[in-house]
Write a protein that binds this ligand. Structure first.
Ligand code: AMP
Length: 281
């Protein structure tokens, strides 16, 4: 497995790979890899001849006062994990190379970015779409892999791919969870042992929503209230949002009719966790 830091170098390598007629699969990450990331890399490795993984803690998608500086980083460990999951090329660019002095071009997907994480983290998705578009241009994959854990991000990126006529398949894979249901996240690292125990309320609340819907409850206000009660059993939990939205435009629903997305964001101290599930009547 090669480790490359320079954008120009990766372009050259990809050119060579494509000349040989090989397909390129791509998994963008911010590193500190866990089973969630590895599930994407393994799938990419099954479905493509050559797999590129990027590790870039993208400053553009962090707001003022967020965790950019303290975001966990461990390249040595990531390198071994990526390699063993089937990565052929690890791309680890610097911020200076991604956003040189005078950088001025940004991508904004409208509407879909207004609610949920977009409302709590202004500018976040502009950072995500901009960096992912740049990475897509450098790697030119035929398939790119993302996690359902970041449901809004996946939808926003799909919209970008469609709207900008990008020539690739965006594949979304299921959320990988810890045995107690907590969605794997590099940010789980921040939790104290007490917070880690309490963090299971996110998934518990989502499962309750699913149960309620399956037993015939359609009123989202009732469901959200009951979910809120589950989350509040954790003393350290502060709800950022708790929404039931349609799966196309991510608009809040009053009544469940068809498939919808139940999405939560909860803070434990300075750590903000997100999770979601689809439910359907
Ligand atoms: P990140 O490094 O957190 O930016 O995540 C990189 C990619 O891994 C994104 O597509 C995420 O949605 C995906 N991902 C993160 N956590 C999980 C998880 N627990 N299960 C599946 N995919 C995940």
């Amino acid at each position: 497995m090669q480790v490359i830091t320079k954008p120009d170098t990766i372009r050259e390598i990809i050119k060579g790979v494509k000349k040989k007629g090989m397909t390129v699969g791509f998994v963008p990450t911010m590193g500190f890899l866990h089973e969630g990331h590895l599930s994407l890399i393994r799938r990419a490795s099954l479905e493509n001849d050559f797999v590129v993984v990027s590790i870039f803690v993208n400053p553009l998608q962090f707001g003022v006062g967020e965790d950019f500086e303290r975001y966990p980083r461990d390249l040595e460990r990531d390198r071994e994990l990526a390699r063993s999951a089937g990565c052929d090329l690890l791309f680890v660019p610097s911020s200076k190379d991604m956003y040189p002095q005078g950088y001025a071009t940004f991508i904004d997907v409208e509407r879909l970015t207004e609610g949920l994480c977009g409302a709590s983290r202004p500018g976040h998705f502009r950072g995500v779409t901009t960096v992912v578009a740049k990475l897509f241009n450098l790697v030119s994959p035929s398939k790119a892999y993302f996690g359902q854990k970041d449901a809004q991000q996946a939808l926003v990126l799909k919209k970008m791919v469609t709207d900008l006529n990008m020539d690739l398949d965006l594949i979304v894979l299921p959320t990988v969870r810890e045995p107690d249901g907590l969605a794997m996240s590099s940010r789980n690292q921040y939790l104290t042992s007490e917070e880690r125990k309490e963090a299971t309320v996110l998934y518990k609340s989502l499962l309750l929503a699913k149960e309620l819907v399956e037993s015939g409850e359609k009123d989202t206000h009732v469901i959200r209230k009951k979910m809120g009660e589950v989350i509040c059993t954790a003393k350290g939990a502060v709800i950022d949002y708790l929404e039931i939205v349609d799966t196309k435009e991510l608009k809040p629903l009053d009544l469940i009719n068809g498939q919808c997305l139940v999405a939560v964001a909860v803070k434990f101290g300075t750590t903000r966790l997100i999770d979601n599930i689809f439910v359907e009547v």
